[in-house]
Design a protein around this ligand. Sequence first.
Ligand SMILES: NC(=O)c1ccc[n+]([C@@H]2O[C@H](COP(=O)([O-])OP(=O)(O)OC[C@H]3O[C@@H](n4cnc5c(N)ncnc54)[C@H](O)[C@@H]3O)[C@@H](O)[C@H]2O)c1
Length: 313
Amino acid sequence: MNVLITGGTGFIGSHLARFLHKKGENVTLFDIEPDLGLVDDIRCELGLVKGDLACLSDLLSAVKNNKVEIIYHTGALLSAKAEKYPVAGFRTNLIGTFNVLEAARLFDVEMVIFPSSIAAFGEGVSNPVPNEAYQRPTTMYGVAKVAGEMLGEYYHRRFEVNFRCLRLPSVVGPGRGSGGVSAYSTLMIEKPARGESYQVYVGQNSRMPILYIKDALRAFSGLQKADEAKLKRRVYNIGGISPTAGQIAESVRRHVKGARLEFNPDRGMQAIVDSWPEALDETRAREEWGWVVKYRLDDMVEDFVKEVRSFGG
Ligand SMILES: NC(=O)c1ccc[n+]([C@@H]2O[C@H](COP(=O)([O-])OP(=O)(O)OC[C@H]3O[C@@H](n4cnc5c(N)ncnc54)[C@H](O)[C@@H]3O)[C@@H](O)[C@H]2O)c1
């Protein structure tokens, strides 16, 4: 199939590109700042379009010229950047998602898959957060995620665009980098695996839902393949696992001899992590399309360390 991945040279987009390319799909990446570092070895086998999500004509040309059948819409400004530059956050994340849906409608794209986020909830929700919980986010990133979910539902209802959405927790894996407050869960594993020390900026008891990138790819693939007749909604919580930072450290010490991890909580970072739900209820995804997490904490740490050591991450 002809697949377009918006934000295709970012962390999740690059992993998706490799995963779909391996499956024999014809993959084109769409990105405003294409950096092919994470897919350097397969760059000649991927299509590449430099374009801006906020610019409808860029998307229309990309979809038309590449006869796109599925769009994985992973392009976005992440939370910290969208909060620092709210107008850019609005254009990229909200208008960008609208433009993706318009391009899908106009060119009869078969499916649009969109990663929403735990940030779409905001405060005051119960733990674990039910699939249909009240959503009152207070950040531009969260507001745009809720709007994206609802626009997708609207395009599905009104124009029969096959919109499907995963609400992801923090995704952990090689290439994630240090962007975003949730990055500590990745860096606590990646730094020791590279022989570097790491100062964890939250306390040992901090708990946040996380998902290994290989499980995120399984979730995207599972939702894409799900039987339409069994789907009762368009948006699904993916809970992953919810270890404390202390439990992640213990697992890392089990897998990396002499791992140097020190806890040095930062009040500001801690407050942000404390404002997030500790767990997402993924019952609906399990019931309607058979989602089950594969990588528990020790499996995730073991595999991540192996990846970094074999391929440099
Ligand atoms: N990483 C996580 O833990 C996580 C968790 C939940 C949801 N998500 C969502 O998954 C998606 C991908 O996240 P990621 O971690 O890969 O982020 P990323 O920052 O690594 O990748 C985003 C990509 O989008 C591109 N982009 C930004 N503005 C653009 C524009 N105007 N036009 C075209 N491309 C543009 C960037 O250049 C980048 O390559 C995002 O929608 C994010 O909100 C991520």
